[in-house]
Each structure stands twice: as structure tokens, then as C-alpha cells.
Design a protein around this ligand. Structure first.
Ligand code: FAD
Length: 496
């Protein structure tokens, strides 16, 4: 490793993406590489991104992070899933949990047995068979053995970046304050040689990570093209505002649909994150702000943060000696809290594919292909929430419910509708449970179920179904309130 030619790794940008990359690179390569992160306090970060999904725990454990310390430092709460209000139709609500529902048979998912049970008079909702969901609605939480409750976190992203910065610097990463004024390329323009700061200082590197957010300064300079997905995901604006907590934090995020998009509510230990996502074509900023402010439960702590974006992806994340990580590589609205996860995937993938000697075109092609697969899978899952709805109130819902969708998603929806089957392909992020909960939640009910479900006798089916439900009820009854558990776990008081 001593003769490794890609020793100087330069990370441009110090938001969540930049510091996640810096911490992971410093932890794994700190002794072999010089890691420099350039960021500008004058520009700042996007300052949103509070809701995560369970794989973040893997990322944190790669970094050797102590969970209680991390939660204390980032004011995090536990998250068991997302509640979706008003999505299938106004007044409706469903829950997308991080767990599994019921028990699968090798030949058929639990939904087949539940559907068969309904025909035989079992009236209990599908939700009753999911421990994460029942725990979330009971407002409880505890760590259970064998990942008995699968969870993620709701956290303060600014504090998370600060926390990661300390880790990265401890492992040898160096932070350079300054505004990047130019991206300097080699003669044929295919690679970056250095970044020049406004101060005139030049920072040379062998490998560059573009974590400059929506500005995409580096990959933009190398000509990486942006593929626009806004015809499928037309929301293009958001307003975020933080409020004081008004009660104990619930262990889940809320996504509440309105007539031109949706609102989020994310409870942390010290405050609540709120925001409205909307399509500027159908709702103007003033009306969106009024709607957001009218929905808040506690006094505001911050001024409204107005954000603009476009759904889509860079067709090449990795160009020459530069890799886009985070918002610079593309963005899809935070409906399923996937952006931080996509950063994690890109960072860990890049470490796995780190160039041996020279940058290899094969590695680049493989990386870009795998990242695009991740993006496409998330994209389809998000589109599902808009397409499968009974809502027709107003032009926004009329548009999204009537739009043409990718064939990959049509296949998934129609297969489920006809047979109750869902398959996870190519290490897809969202597993069968996610698809089933969201498809049924959005009102897609299978017309059939696997014949194997009908083979159980009435008594066997009774025992199977009530065994699962009763077990869940018994366990949930023993769990402490979420807020109390977080406070004890972190060793601090949080508002009662
Ligand atoms: P940024 O935070 O914008 O950081 C960019 C960095 O580049 C900054 O440090 C900036 O100073 C630096 N920079 C830029 N230009 C220069 C320059 N010229 N010179 C020097 N430095 C420069 N994700 C989730 O996973 N969960 C969520 O709940 C979630 N909610 C979101 C809600 C909204 C409305 C939006 C828009 C996004 C949300 N995201 C969410 C996405 C999440 O915010 C981002 O993925 C995450 O914050 C990473 O951002 P970033 O680091 O790529 O960019």
C-alpha cells in the first residue's frame, strides 16, 4: 500500500455527505491516505435531513460509534417507521414499518395467509401482526434481542455532521475552511487536478469527492449530465421550520399529504422538525408557508428555510477521478428518508471499489451502474405513493394519479394486484414488507393469494395468526415509553 498512487483524497463540501465520507475514509484509510475536506462556513449546509432508515446503524458500526453517545450528541430519537396520512384518500392513514409483518413461509409471504384468513372470517387488520407498528403506535421502545425491533433514528443533521467531523479529525482527516473559486482540470478536461479557493490557495488531489450539495461544483465541471425525473416526482420546493417539542417524542416520522404535496413531522429529543414539500406549479410559496405554519404544534425556534430542488439523477456519479456523493449526485424528495442512505451506499461502495493503482474504467462503470440501480429502485418506490391513490382533489393529484409510470413499477403493482406476490431483486433497499405495507396502504388489494395458504386447517390458521398477534401484544405491554427509554439510554432528561 505504500506506493499507492491515489494518496491524496479531497472531499469538497462538509454537509452530511462530506462528513460521512470523511469519517468513513479516515477510519478505513487514514493511515494510507491524506484526507482533506474543504468547506465554506459562509455557504453553510442545506440544514435538513433528519429522518433515517435502519442501514444507518451499519454505517455507524463501521465507524465504531457508540450508540448512546451518538444519540446524545445528535439529540436523536428511535424511529420504527413512517406514518402516512391522507395518501390513499383524505382521512386515511397507514404505517410503513421497518420490521416484518407476521411470519413468512418459504413459498409465500405472510400477506397470503392473512388474505386467506380474511376469507375465513379473521377480521384483525394486517397491522396487528407487525411488532414495530404496534410498538410505534403505543409510543414505546426498547432494544430487543436479535433485532426484535428493527429501527433507525430521527436526528439533528447539523449535529450529526459535527459529530462525524470529530471522528474524522480524530482519525487524521484535515478540514480546510474556504470557498472553492475554481475547479482546475488537466489538459483534456477529463480529470480534476486541484481546487482553487478564493484565497488563492490550491488544493491538489488524486481522487475528489463532490459533496457540494445541489451546486455539484466538481461533477458539473466535468460535464456529468442530469436526468430529470420531475415528471414522475413533480414536487420541487420545500419549507422547513423547527419547533419546540410539545410532548414526548413518538418513535416514528409522519408524512401528511395535502392537495399539492405533503408535510413532515420528525420528533427529536430537543425539538421537532417540520416541513412542507410541494409542487410550485400548483401551490405558491406564500400559501405553502401559511399551510405549514398553520399546522405547527409548538412555538417556532427557527425562521422558515425555503428550498428548491428538482428530482433526478446524474447519469454518471463517478467521472474521471471524481465521485458525486450526496445531493450533488441527484435528489429525490425525502418521503421515505432515503437520501442519507444513498450517501452511505455511495461511500461504502466507493471504499470497496477504491482504485488499486490507476482509476479503472471497469470500476467506474460498475459503480455507476450499481448506484443507478439504487436510485431507480428508490424512484419507483416513491412514485408508488403518488400513483396508487384514490385522491383526485385538485390538479396535483389528478396529474400524479394519471401519469404514465415506469414499466418496472407497473410490473410490481400489477403482479401484486393479481397474485399478492412481491419479489426483492438485486439487493433492493425496500424489501417485501415495505412494498406490501405501502401497496396495501395506498389501496392496492391483491385479488388472489398463494394456494398454500388455503392448505392450513381452520385450527392451524387460528393458532398461527393468534400466536403472532398475542406474542406481539404481550411484548409491547412490557416495553417502556419511548421518551423515557431514550432519556435513560442517553443518560439525560428530555421533555416529558
Ligand atoms: P449540503 O448539506 O448542501 O452540503 C454542501 C456542502 O458543500 C456545504 O458544506 C457547503 O458549504 C459546501 N460548499 C458548496 N459550495 C461550496 C464552495 N463553492 N466552496 C466550499 N464549499 C462549498 N435526507 C434524509 O435522509 N432524510 C430526510 O429526512 C431528509 N429530508 C430532507 C428534506 C428536504 C426538504 C431536502 C431538500 C432534503 C432532505 N434530505 C433528507 C436530504 C439531505 O438533506 C441530504 O441528503 C443531506 O443533507 C446531504 O446533503 P449534502 O451534504 O449533499 O449537501
Amino acid at each position: 500500500m505504500s506506493g499507492w498512487p491515489l494518496r491524496r483524497i479531497v472531499i469538497a463540501g462538509g454537509g452530511t455527505a462530506g462528513w460521512m465520507a470523511a469519517a468513513a475514509f479516515a477510519k478505513t484509510l487514514g493511515r494510507f491516505a491524506d484526507i482533506t475536506l474543504v468547506e465554506s462556513d459562509a455557504i453553510g449546509t442545506i440544514g435538513v435531513g433528519e429522518s433515517t432508515i435502519p442501514p444507518i446503524r451499519t454505517f455507524n458500526s463501521v465507524l465504531g460509534i457508540d450508540e448512546a453517545e451518538f444519540m446524545r450528541e445528535t439529540q436523536a430519537t428511535f424511529k420504527l417507521g413512517i406514518e402516512f396520512d391522507n395518501w390513499a384518500h383524505e382521512g386515511d392513514r397507514y404505517f410503513h414499518s421497518f420490521g416484518t409483518t407476521g411470519k413468512d413461509h418459504w413459498s409465500a409471504g405472510f400477506q397470503h395467509f392473512w388474505l386467506n384468513g380474511r376469507e375465513r372470517g379473521h377480521e384483525q387488520p394486517y397491522d396487528d401482526y407487525c411488532i414495530e407498528l404496534k410498538t410505534a403506535y403505543a409510543g414505546k421502545f426498547a432494544h430487543l434481542p436479535d433485532n426484535g425491533l428493527n429501527y433507525a433514528y430521527q436526528l439533528d443533521s447539523t449535529l450529526y455532521a459535527r459529530f462525524l467531523r470529530r471522528l474524522a479529525e480524530r482519525e487524521g482527516a484535515v478540514r480546510q475552511e474556504g470557498k472553492i473559486a475554481s475547479v482546475d482540470k488537466n489538459n483534456d478536461g477529463s480529470r480534476i487536478v486541484s481546487l482553487t479557493l478564493e484565497s488563492g490557495q490550491r488544493i491538489e488531489g488524486d481522487l475528489f469527492l463532490d459533496c457540494t450539495g445541489f451546486r455539484a461544483l466538481l461533477v458539473g465541471a466535468l460535464g456529468a449530465e442530469f436526468e430529470d425525473w420531475s415528471h414522475w416526482l413533480p414536487c420541487d420546493r420545500a419549507i422547513a421550520v423547527q419547533t419546540e417539542s410539545v410532548g414526548p417524542p413518538v418513535p416514528y416520522t409522519r408524512a401528511i399529504a395535502h392537495d399539492a404535496g405533503w408535510r413532515w413531522r420528525i420528533p427529536l429529543q430537543h425539538r421537532t422538525g417540520n416541513g412542507i414539500v410541494y409542487c410550485g406549479k400548483y401551490l405558491d410559496d406564500d400559501a405553502a408557508l401559511l399551510r405549514l405554519l398553520g399546522s405547527l404544534e409548538g412555538p417556532t425556534r427557527t425562521n422558515p428555510n425555503f428550498l428548491r430542488f428538482k428530482a433526478g439523477v446524474r447519469t454518471q456519479q463517478w467521472v474521471g477521478n471524481c465521485v458525486a456523493v450526496g445531493l450533488s449526485g441527484g435528489f429525490m424528495e425525502p418521503l421515505e428518508s432515503t437520501s442519507i442512505h444513498l450517501i452511505q451506499r455511495a461511500v461504502l461502495r466507493l471504499i470497496r471499489m477504491l482504485p488499486m493503482a490507476e482509476v479503472s474504467d471497469r470500476d467506474i462503470a460498475e459503480f455507476n451502474d450499481q448506484h443507478m440501480q439504487d436510485m431507480l429502485q428508490v424512484r419507483d418506490f416513491l412514485i408508488l405513493h403518488y400513483k396508487a391513490t384514490e385522491r383526485r382533489d385538485g390538479p396535483f393529484w389528478q396529474y400524479v394519479s394519471g401519469m404514465e409510470i415506469p414499466e418496472s413499477l407497473t410490473q410490481k403493482i400489477e403482479l401484486f394486484r393479481e397474485t399478492g406476490r412481491v419479489f426483492r431483486r438485486n439487493e433492493e433497499l425496500f424489501q417485501e414488507n415495505s412494498w406490501v405495507q405501502v401497496m396495501m396502504g395506498q389501496g392496492i388489494m391483491p385479488r388472489a393469494y398463494h394456494p398454500i395458504a388455503a392448505k392450513l386447517t381452520d385450527e392451524e390458521l387460528n393458532r398461527f395468526l393468534s400466536g403472532i398477534r398475542d406474542g406481539i401484544l404481550r411484548t409491547v405491554a412490557t416495553l417502556p415509553p419511548h421518551g423515557v427509554y431514550v432519556a435513560q439510554y442517553c443518560g439525560e432528561r428530555i421533555p416529558a
